[in-house]
Design a protein. Structure first.
Length: 283
């Protein structure tokens, strides 16, 4: 198949139909985020013992706004490390809209959400148990800082514009990834790609490391690799669990210290990689 013909087939048969699905999905997400986001975040701020539970549930919303907000809340001493880790692990960035756009992937969504929420809750409470809340409070002087909530009220026009921007960002990434994967599938046997690309027992460990890249294209790539049977369900869980998007950048802009940030990111990586490995072993 000629390259231009391949590009046209990917565009017309696979990706064109995804545009309206992605747009309406993102519009719903934007509406939910802007209209209900403040109430969710206020619950997280007030929560003490239930912080990781709230964080895991909030992180399910497929965008990185809550992970950014929670990172600022942690840097300001308002939420615990366990709550932050729960948000990071349950966040899937743009993975859910991409899965929703593939009809055959709908059964995977509930399984993925359930696994990530359970993982986020367990890891969040484990971190808060090992790193006591009192010690977390003593590790810094609590100060009032301004943090970006990304949940302010917006007009319908602003919601539509933002939804369109996010749709195009994800659609372009999806289109390019689809071209690359289709080209590879045309030229290279699937078995060879599977062995070379995140192959074997170490799939979840490499996928979890890949997930740390703060870009929505990462979640798109992981989902497409999974739907193309190039990585296991355990690997996609690991990669999407560590994929906190821009939340990681927001976290590292704080002043909590290298040890604190290394511990949080290390805990996220370890939880994601181990969970993915266990799932892969029992698949």
């Amino acid at each position: 198949m000629a390259f231009l013909e391949l590009v046209w087939d990917v565009f017309y048969e696979d990706c064109l139909i995804l545009l309206p699905i992605l747009f309406f999905t993102f519009f719903f997400i934007e509406f939910l985020e802007h209209r209900a986001g403040k109430r969710f975040l206020s619950q997280v701020e007030k929560a003490e013992k239930t912080g990781p539970l709230w964080g895991a549930l909030i992180g399910c919303v497929p965008q990185c706004g809550f992970s950014v907000s929670c990172a600022h809340l942690f840097n300001g001493g308002i939420v615990t490390a366990g709550t932050l880790i729960a948000v990071f692990l349950s966040t899937s960035d743009e993975a859910l809209p991409v899965l929703l756009s593939h009809r055959t992937a709908l059964p995977v969504i509930w399984k993925l959400l359930l696994v990530k929420v359970v993982l986020a809750i367990l890891a969040g409470y484990a971190v808060d148990f090992l790193w006591k809340r009192e010690k977390q409070r003593q590790s810094f002087e609590k100060k009032h800082i301004e943090h970006e909530c990304h949940v302010q009220q917006s007009s319908l026009k602003e919601l539509l514009i933002e939804s369109f921007k996010r749709t195009m960002e994800v659609w372009v990434a999806l289109f390019l990834v689809s071209i690359a994967l289709t080209f590879l599938m045309e030229k290279v046997p699937k078995e060879s790609i599977q062995r070379f690309l995140l192959g074997g027992f170490f799939q979840p460990f490499l996928a979890a490391l890949f997930g740390f890249i703060p870009n929505c294209a990462v979640s798109v790539v992981l989902v497409e690799l999974y739907l193309s049977d190039l990585i296991s369900f355990g690997a996609v869980v690991a990669g999407l669990s560590s994929a906190a998007g821009l939340g990681i950048i927001a976290l590292l802009r704080g002043k909590r210290g290298i040890k604190t940030y290394a511990g949080i990111l290390g805990a996220c990586y370890l939880a994601a990689a181990l969970a993915g490995t266990l799932i892969q072993l029992f698949e």
